[in-house]
Design a protein around this ligand. Structure first.
Ligand code: PCA
Length: 331
């Protein structure tokens, strides 16, 4: 009698385990490709990889997230569209890369509006609700965002004034940087970070505005000689997910993803702060001259920055004004 019962129980357990196994098998089939534009060694990509792993582990393997850095799956300029249209479920991109669609996306690149990590955090707090709404209308859910270190100027010669910049071929990465080139008499050419080492080596570009981080990642000391700290702005990358994919994800897994996103935003900011000094030292070790821009250059850039900020406010309309007002109220 006892034996029969045991056998029955064992069989039931075995059956249940089999069914669970099948279910787990089906769930495991869900694989999310996550395109990113920057090299695997970049801290944003490292944070993205940790975020991906967090989701895979947190969902018990039900959602396996696979990152594709260096623009290997989609180039930076194509990542947002790919996610909106569902060609990729999830991905990371430079927020200000979408200024063509809506000037509000460039709020983090308004010259001298937020020039420190502390202010960039406040500006993001002010911008996040509006940004989420804009992205939502584009079939996207905003997951997290991390700032780049402060932006400075790279050259292959000493530069002490805007006049010294005239005629230089300037690598740009968004509308703001192209406009900065125009207003300083330089010639803008848009190039993805993944391709700048070659652009500098071949002379396609000979200057840029970026962080110490990107210069370090791309070993620009092989072609360039000077980095001037300007702290012009701190642009951001953000992680987005297709809204339909998000809607089909279980509440439990959505909560896991939200938790991983919060962790990524926190560790990303931490990494960015610490990477700032580390990479500037790296540029020095590579042989570059690194230091603050001179007063003349700084003063001239401030004036140009004011023009650019006023232009941006006009273009960004009511949403732009609401963000800047909310930001200023926090200061
Ligand atoms: N690096 C990125 C954007 C801002 C930055 O610091 C780049 O140069 O493309």
């Amino acid at each position: 009698m006892k034996t029969t019962l045991l056998t029955k129980t064992t069989k039931t357990v075995a059956f249940a385990a089999g069914a669970l196994g099948l279910m787990a098998g089906a769930a495991q089939a869900e694989k999310w490709d996550l395109p990113m534009a920057y090299s695997a060694s970049n801290f944003h990509s490292a944070v993205g990889a940790e975020f991906a792993k967090c989701i895979t582990t947190g969902t018990g393997g039900a959602i396996e997230v696979v990152t594709h850095p260096s623009g290997a799956l989609f180039k930076g300029a194509d990542i947002k569209r790919a996610i909106q249209t569902g060609q990729a479920p999830i991905g990371e991109r430079l927020l200000s890369g979408h200024q063509n669609e809506n000037a509000v996306f460039g709020v983090d690149s308004v010259p001298f509006l937020a020039t420190s990590f502390e202010d960039a955090t406040k500006l993001w707090k002010a911008a996040k609700p509006i940004m989420s709404k804009i992205l939502d209308k584009q079939n996207l859910v905003l997951l997290y965002s991390v700032p780049w270190p402060p932006q400075g100027l790279y050259f292959k010669k000493e530069v002490n004034s805007v006049a010294d910049m005239k005629g230089l071929k300037f690598r740009s990465y968004n509308n703001t940087t192209s406009r900065l080139a125009e207003l300083t008499g330089m010639l803008p050419v848009t190039i993805e970070a993944a391709e700048i080492s070659q652009a500098f080596a071949t002379g396609v570009a000979e200057s840029m505005v970026s962080s110490g981080s990107t210069g370090y990642d791309r070993k620009v000391w092989e072609s360039l000689t000077h980095f001037y700290e300007v702290d012009a702005w701190l642009p951001r990358n953000y992680m987005m997910i297709n809204k339909d994919v998000w809607g089909k994800t279980s509440k439990a897994n959505q909560n896991i993803i939200k938790g991983c996103a919060e962790l990524a935003e926190y560790t990303g900011q931490y990494r960015s702060i610490h990477y700032t000094g580390f990479t500037l030292n790296g540029l020095r070790a590579g042989g570059m001259k690194v230091g603050p821009a001179g007063d003349k250059l700084k003063g001239e850039l401030k004036v140009i920055g004011e023009t650019m900020a006023a232009d941006w406010l006009k273009k960004a309309g009511a949403d732009g004004k609401a963000i800047v007002d909310a930001y200023k109220a926090m200061k």
